[in-house]
Design a protein around this ligand. Sequence first.
Ligand code: GDP
Length: 427
Amino acid sequence: MPVIAVIGAQWGDEGKGKVVDLLAQKAGVVVRFSGGDNAGHSVVNPYGEFKLHLVPSGIFSPQAVCIIGNGVVINPGVLIGEIEQLNKRGVDTSRLFVSDRAHLIMPYHILLDGLEEKARGSKALGTTRKGVGPAFTDKAARLGIRAGDLLDKGALLERLRPILDYKNTILTKVYGVSPLSLDEVYGQYCQYGERLAPYIRETTIMLEEALNRGELVLLEGAQGTLLDPDFGTYPYTTSSSPLAAGACLGAGLSPTKIDRILGVFKAYCTRVGGGPMPTELKDETGNLIRERAHEYGTTTGRPRRCGWFDAVAARFSTRVNGFTGAAITRLDILDIMPRLKICVGYEMDGQVIDYFPASVAVLARCKPVYEELAGWETSTADIRQFSKLPAKARQYVKRLEELIGCPVNLVCVGPERGQTIQKTPIL
Ligand code: GDP
């Protein structure tokens, strides 16, 4: 059985959780490989409706081992809360494991995230202020504390003391706020360690063993390609790589082991936070999509910016990820539209370009060049076969397929597990 990476192909919130939940029914292992609890995956399945922030969406499949990989940064309090919530609702978490190499979000990360955003004023990045960015910064700065450190209280104290001294200097001298108490932070993280100890493991061995047994392994992305620190709309990006390449690093798996890379696209576009979005609709149509689709962030409740499908960005996403297939979610949201637009190029300073520019200043000047298609104006929510979709809906999907540049494997027509059409096999 193969390894399939499930990757956000736009600005996140594409419905990766739903796709992973669906595929996980046959999986041996599901690994979440990037981001932190700034990501939120909504899953609707026979257990009910869930909002997951750290736990992989495979947790509902009784045979699947779920791993929070080394590429994720973990707020231990949030993870414990999520485990308790799942248990309360009858979901077994005994197959959940946390990489001992995963970095931890510390209280100073959360404080600094808020203070740094405030200091940016009108140029705020729109972070979720959950400490995710500062935790990744410390990972690169070699100032991080990892899940494995919780298992040795003496070593934890030795590591925490100088780091907290340094952070307190920044908090007091740069931002003029009160310092954090070593005793309190240490005490709290010791408690977290006791609670999380059964979950913390060397997870690359588990992954290798699953591959040797021939099990299906899913690599679950968070956020989306256009938020990647290298290829996204920098600096309005996230701080870890949501790309297929990031899946290898964040799970502890060789690139040669990945068999399929599934890009998850919404049938239109959304983004939260700052930064340019060429197809954003600041009009009635944008509001209609937002309200019909309830486009409000899973983690923050912030309204998402909505717009038409951006095929220039989509093709770029296919290029940098090497998608072998795509899932198109939320086709049903477009059921009421009399006409649909797809952005097939950008007009930049009087010239039409067909690539996604690196500079946000240039991207902000890009005006979408649209192609128009007729809408189907009928409900698709109960359709389960591609051939049964209205002809105009099929045309829309086929046009997206041509523009994205890879076969469409799945089309989703509702949030529930079953509201999925298999257009072509993933494998
Ligand atoms: P993720 O982070 O990529 O998993 O995406 P989110 O969970 O933030 O947002 C996706 C939302 O769309 C969730 O509320 C899903 O239940 C929902 N969803 C997924 N696929 C479909 C679909 O085909 N139609 C509709 N109406 N909702 C969907």
